[in-house]
Write a protein that binds this ligand. Structure first.
Ligand code: GNR
Ligand code: NI
Length: 174
């Protein structure tokens, strides 16, 4: 397993449309293992493959809190089968949008169909943080970031900060 570099905005690679996976094999499981390790190290509660530069429809999520045993989940080729009309607002962050947080409104519940770590087809009803996180990750598969859900004023403010952060990074690399 290896920790991979997480791409931060603005970067054209984050706008790529992720392609469906043909089959869940050992190569794909190795990618999912790396993604999980990268997410834990960050730390974050979810990660899409495109955030480590692999535009495939692969997501890992772990919502276990500090002190709870790890609870990794893997979603390959996820499809939203149904989304509720009622919505929920969460303060979201993104490993590709470092140190910025804003409230985003999304459907409160959804049903998702996907392939799991073994390549078995599954369907699951999601609510609360899982529904929010899954929709945030599925946005990544379409090249969409949470800042794209904000007003133009807020989004351009955040983009300005992100560009400034990148310029500082170039001067003194980590
Ligand atoms: O770590 C993360 N936290 C988070 C909080 C609220 C809503 C979504 C997320 S996902 C984010 C990790 C990430 O960037 N995934 O793409
Ligand atoms: Ni994100």
């Amino acid at each position: 397993m290896a920790i991979r570099e997480i791409i931060t905005a603005p970067d054209p690679r984050l706008k790529e449309i992720s392609k469906p996976v043909d089959r869940v094999d050992d190569g794909l499981r190795a990618l999912m293992d790396d993604m999980l390790e990268t997410m834990y190290a960050a730390p974050g509660i979810g990660l899409a493959a495109v955030q480590v530069g692999v535009p495939k429809q692969v997501i890992v999520i772990d919502l276990a809190r500090d002190g709870e045993p790890p609870a990794p989940r893997y979603f390959v080729n996820p499809e939203i089968r149904w989304a509720s009309d009622d919505t929920a607002i969460y303060e979201e962050g993104c490993l590709s949008v470092p140190d910025m947080y804003e409230e985003v409104e999304r459907p409160a519940r959804c049903r998702v169909r996907y392939l799991d770590y073994q390549g078995e087809i599954r369907e699951e009803d999601c609510d609360d943080l899982l529904a929010t996180c899954l929709q945030h990750e599925m946005d990544h598969l379409k090249g969409v970031l949470f800042i794209d859900h904000l007003s133009r004023v807020k989004r351009s403010m955040m983009l300005k900060k992100l560009i400034k952060q990148k310029k500082l990074q170039e001067k003194e690399p980590a």
